[in-house]
Design a protein around this ligand. Structure first.
Ligand code: SF4
Length: 348
């Protein structure tokens, strides 16, 4: 396993197994994840035996993403990077700037098996899970960008890029362990958001995980029939099971759950939908993120106008359900929710 894909404890074990002292673990972990040195083996502050060991391994980083394409939104606040990982896989990563904070939207799979009809990643199908190092390397890439361009750092990470993070549970959660480690990049778990389409086993597993990350569960439909038409994986994990898993999550974690609702005109944007949604979430500490549909090539649905979105939100408010309309970011460069895909799939 490459060094950046190893937790602090694993890194120590690797050093010990190669005859080095455990004490080298901290400076090396810091060099890899805090300083983000591309060649720590050249770094004077690391001890000579550690540098020698790194050189003998052929250097440290393991997975250095190569930039294939970069696009910036007109307002300059959103940048999308198409990164080549290990010379074979391309994934998209989005950097969103907000006043005073930067958020990295990271991919966990190449493609996605869930097949949500409005989503460009779902439309390209599933190719493979990304490894821990490939997920960590995306964050490192964007962190270097934020330091270089803005002399700042990433505050938030959202696993909302390509893929269903809980389908790649091991890869996603292990990567987050590394990224939230206080000895490394030190992104607070409360600043990490995992977005799922309703992967029931993953939600239940996450409920028993010691860290408290934010959880966003995508619903998009208020009955099984309706949801199935938008989110095909509802056949496997129907609405009732998803909500039951959420209730278990809520009671174990004592934590608010966010629910994503992509608003599609004439499909799920009526007042009756809003009322049914409020009924479904009754008793849960819930907050709804409303996302007016973003355009993709292979889905002809439209987003409701501003008035429709406001009316839906008002109906939720009447039912006592808090909600936020997600800020539309990077739509002009196809960096919005549901718009990410690899270049290979676009040309294919
Ligand atoms: S919305 Fe998320 S879960 Fe659904 S297909 Fe797209 S990437 Fe996969």
């Amino acid at each position: 396993m490459s060094l950046i894909g190893q937790s602090f404890e694993q890194l120590e074990e690797t050093l010990v197994a190669d005859g080095l002292s455990r004490a080298h673990g901290l400076p090396l972990f810091k060099a890899l994840h805090q300083d983000l040195e591309s060649a720590p083996e050249e770094r004077e502050s690391l001890s000579p035996p550690l540098r020698r060991w790194l050189r003998n391994r052929g250097g440290a980083p393991g997975c250095a993403p190569r930039l294939s394409e970069e696009t910036a939104s007109e307002d300059g606040w959103t940048r999308k990077y198409l990164l080549e990982l290990k010379g074979q896989t391309e994934v998209e990563v989005v950097l969103m700037g907000f006043p005073g904070r930067f958020t990295a939207c990271i991919s966990t799979q190449e493609g996605c098996a869930m097949g949500c009809v409005f989503c460009a990643t779902g439309q390209m199908g599933f190719r493979r899970h990304l490894s821990v190092e490939e997920i960590v390397a995306q964050v490192h890439y964007v962190e270097r960008e934020v330091r270089r361009r803005h002399d700042d750092r990433i505050r938030n990470i959202v696993l909302m890029g390509m893929g269903e993070p809980l389908h790649n549970f091991e890869g996603s959660i292990h990567a987050l362990e590394i990224l939230t480690d206080t000895r490394g990049l030190n992104i607070g778990p409360q600043r990490v958001t995992i977005s799922t389409v309703g992967h029931v086993p993953g939600i239940l597993r996450l409920a028993r995980h010691p860290k408290r990350y934010n959880l966003v569960v995508s619903l998009h439909g208020s009955t099984d029939e309706e949801r199935q038409a938008i989110v095909p994986v509802n056949r496997k994990w129907p609405l009732g099971e998803v909500l039951e898993a959420c209730r278990e999550y809520g009671s174990l974690k004592k934590q608010r759950i966010f629910f994503a609702w992509t608003l599609i005109e004439g499909v799920n944007d009526s007042m009756a939908h809003a009322r049914r949604l409020a009924e479904l979430l009754e008793g849960l500490d819930a907050h709804v993120n409303l996302i007016p549909l973003n355009p993709t090539d292979q889905f002809s649905g439209e987003q409701p106008g501003q008035e429709g979105v406001a009316a839906f939100q008002k109906e939720l408010r009447k039912a006592g359900l808090p909600s936020t309309v997600r800020q539309r970011r990077g739509i002009d460069v196809a960096a919005g929710c549901g718009q990410l895909r690899s270049r290979a799939s676009c040309s294919g």
